[in-house]
Design a protein around this ligand. Structure first.
Ligand code: GTP
Ligand code: MG
Length: 250
């Protein structure tokens, strides 16, 4: 039986994270997976971390970081924490803002494969959908994925989403310390690294729901980073084939 841990990055998600932990608690009481949760908080000014602490849930830990360092840095710190604790075999990642639904967890968990495996919650495939997301954001996400797919030659339909399950075997095979994407292009970088490592990738349709509470951390800088990094990775892939594999895979 796999031992599962759920990583949730937070920056000013005081209301949303409490709601999400309630839903996870209810799911946990019915699930065969007695998972743990690690919230990675970047010293949120709204006291997200203290609020979680005050709930005193035995299966929830907080990884407190000194300040806002971006999604990529938060996840890499989270990965290092849970891989050091060798008990976990599967690492699930999800946003705190309610966009990733606990209702989609069973089908995601059922899609885990043995060995180096990645399960990708996917909006842009039959059965996948988005709820209340502005057309502009949908366009950005779809175009971002199409561009990354073409640039990197990866045949996956949702390269920017953060609702995923990585096997510890896959994460242990990657050079996480040599990754440096900050914003949501971290998700593209991880999908690319998984592909280079020869992971089995399974896409699962999900319903992505626009956040109700809190504010998005998406910014122009994050979009520009995604565009420039993806272009750079695409060029590297073409001009120096195998160099990227050597860079990302141990
Ligand atoms: N620890 C940490 N978490 C972050 C940081 N930036 C974003 N997050 C969290 O990462 C998750 C995704 O961020 P969002 O702001 O929802 O970004 P998004 O989902 O791409 O964009 P929206 O759809 O507009 O919400 C949320 O749980 C955020 O709180 C950061 O710098 N540090
Ligand atoms: Mg969000």
């Amino acid at each position: 039986m796999d031992k599962l841990v759920i990583l949730i990055p937070t920056y000013n998600e005081a209301i949303s994270i409490v709601e999400l932990l309630e839903k996870l608690s209810s799911f946990r009481s019915r699930s065969e997976y007695q998972f743990d949760v690690v919230v990675i908080d970047d010293n949120s000014p709204d006291k997200t971390a203290d609020i979680i602490d005050s709930l005193a849930i035995s299966w929830v830990q907080i990884l407190r970081r000194p300040g806002k360092g971006g999604l990529g840095a938060a996840y890499r710190a989270g990965f290092n924490r849970v891989l050091a604790d060798k008990q976990y075999t599967q690492i699930l990642t999800m946003d705190a803002d309610g966009s990733h639904r606990v209702e989609d967890l069973p089908v995601m968990l059922a899609a885990i494969k043995p060995g180096k495996s990645i399960v990708l919650g996917t909006r842009w495939m039959p059965g996948g959908s988005v709820v209340n997301w502005p057309k502009s954001r949908q366009l950005l996400s779809r175009c971002g994925t199409i561009y990354a797919k073409l640039a990197l030659g990866i045949n996956l339909n949702d390269l920017t989403g953060g609702f995923r399950i990585y096997s510890a075997e896959l994460l242990n095979a990657l050079n996480l310390k040599d990754m440096n994407a900050t914003g949501y292009c971290f998700q593209i970088e991880m999908a690319m690294a998984a592909d280079l490592a020869g992971a089995t990738a399974t896409q699962v349709p999900i319903t992505f729901v626009e956040r109700i509470n809190g504010v998005s951390k998406m910014s122009r800088a994050i979009v520009i980073e995604a565009l420039t990094q993806t272009t750079r990775w695409g060029l590297m892939h073409r001009l120096r084939p195998n160099a990227d594999k050597l860079h990302y895979v141990k």
